[in-house]
Design a protein around this ligand. Structure first.
Ligand SMILES: *Cc1c(COP(=O)(O)O)cnc(C)c1O
Length: 390
């Protein structure tokens, strides 16, 4: 599989790495060893593909958005339908791969941290499926704001630990999860939700999310007999984007485009800094600490981004743009009305950029937009946002 060139394991140019205390490094080495052993193992991959088909419902379609294409009058638009996966988003590709790895490593217990609750629910789901004990750390404030997701996790059999330390937010939940991991890594697997964190996590998450572009490349070649001119994905931590880009990175004719909220513009405004044990472009406050960011899409409010995106930007291989909340809300409604597909607010960022790009391109050009998730979870929120706007 293609990838950014790494001078040293875990580095993407100057980004990435593993800047952690020795106790944690020991746990990460243990994980890296297992990942290296299984990632090309035939039996392991057979099992992964089996569950992708039978549990997740892959492969999902690459849908030609005929109405939207006609409306915009430019490039042909195809939608990669991660919204049709079990649980309605791309996150399952990664949590499934990691839980199979956990099983091979002999782990009895899985831990995770979650902010809005999406990754916690995804982790609790596969733990239920594979009969693993599951503990999810969540900031106390977040458990109050996301009570329904807490209930979902509990219904799936997970234990949710509300972290009251610090500000009771995601960062505090991460700290607690790391303490647990260091103390218990011999029987506990720390399941990380995006293409972030110290090595080997960004490599692991990319590996499992690459199924998105493995499929879309095969599908577009079947449908059009050629590669797309651009692939567009939204960027939070960067997992759906790196998965949507992976098999095109070594195809220079394909533009790779990541889209962020303008109020969490990590790629546009971030500076190189160390965050959560790795180096990447990060939004910092005046004191040099990671800046609290905001997005109308809960899955995009991370102040950093996966290290490979920082590198792809630096070498000019990928482009990153921001869109406004108004553009996102318009895109949410436009795709719903023209195609009968309600995209997640996160995915609506990618759609919003596609609405701008397509009319600038010619009708014989092709864009793939990664629909990272479905928007049912966001309908009530959008209802309120539209009321405020009018
Ligand atoms: C979590 C989430 C995202 C953001 O995460 P990435 O790691 O950047 O992909 C995007 N879309 C949806 C639907 C999500 O649930």
């Amino acid at each position: 599989m293609s990838g950014a060139r790494t001078e040293e394991k875990g580095f993407y140019g100057v980004y990435g790495g593993s800047i952690v205390p020795p106790e944690l490094q020991e746990a990460l080495n243990h994980l890296e060893e297992a990942f290296e052993k299984y990632k090309d193992d035939e039996e392991f991959n057979k099992e992964y593909k089996y569950y992708l088909k039978e549990y997740v419902g892959r492969e999902n379609p690459l849908t030609f958005a005929r109405n939207l294409t006609e409306k915009l009058g430019g490039a042909k638009i195809y939608l990669k339908r991660e919204d049709l996966n079990h649980m309605g988003a791309h996150k399952v590709n990664n949590v499934l791969g990691q839980i199979l790895l956990a099983k091979r490593m002999g782990a009895k217990r899985v831990i995770a941290e979650t902010g809005a609750g999406q990754h916690g629910v995804a982790t609790a789901t596969v733990c239920a499926m594979f009969g693993m004990e599951c503990v999810v750390y969540m900031g106390l404030e977040d458990t109050k704001r996301q009570a329904l997701n807490v209930f979902r996790m509990e219904m799936l059999g997970a234990k949710v630990v509300a972290v009251a330390q610090g500000q009771g937010k995601l960062k505090d939940a991460v700290d607690e999860a790391l303490n647990d991991f260091v103390a218990n890594y011999k029987n506990t697997f720390y399941l990380l939700g995006s293409a972030v964190g110290p090595h080997p996590y960004p490599a692991i998450v990319k590996h499992f999310q690459s199924i998105i572009s493995e499929e879309s490349k095969r599908q577009i070649l079947e449908k059009e007999g050629r590669l797309p001119d651009a692939v567009i994905a939204c960027v939070g931590g960067g997992s759906n984007a790196i998965g949507a880009f992976a098999h095109y990175i070594d195809e220079p004719s394909v533009r790779l485009i990541g889209v962020e909220p303008d109020q969490a513009a990590t790629m546009a405004e971030g500076v190189p800094a160390i965050i959560h044990g790795f180096k990447t472009l990060t939004l910092l406050d005046d004191d040099g600490n990671p800046k609290p960011v905001y997005s109308i899409a809960a899955g995009l409010d991370y102040p950093g981004v996966g290290p490979e995106h920082s590198y792809l930007k630096e070498i000019g291989r990928a482009e990153y743009y921001t869109v406004t909340n108004d553009e996102v809300l318009d895109a949410f409604q436009t795709l719903s009305k023209t195609e009968g597909i309600i995209p997640a607010l996160e995915s609506s960022h990618a759609v919003a950029y596609a609405l701008k790009l397509a009319p600038q391109l010619k009708p014989d050009q092709i864009i793939i937009v990664n629909i990272s998730g479905r928007g049912d979870k966001d309908v009530e929120h959008v209802f309120k946002l539209l009321k405020e706007r009018n």
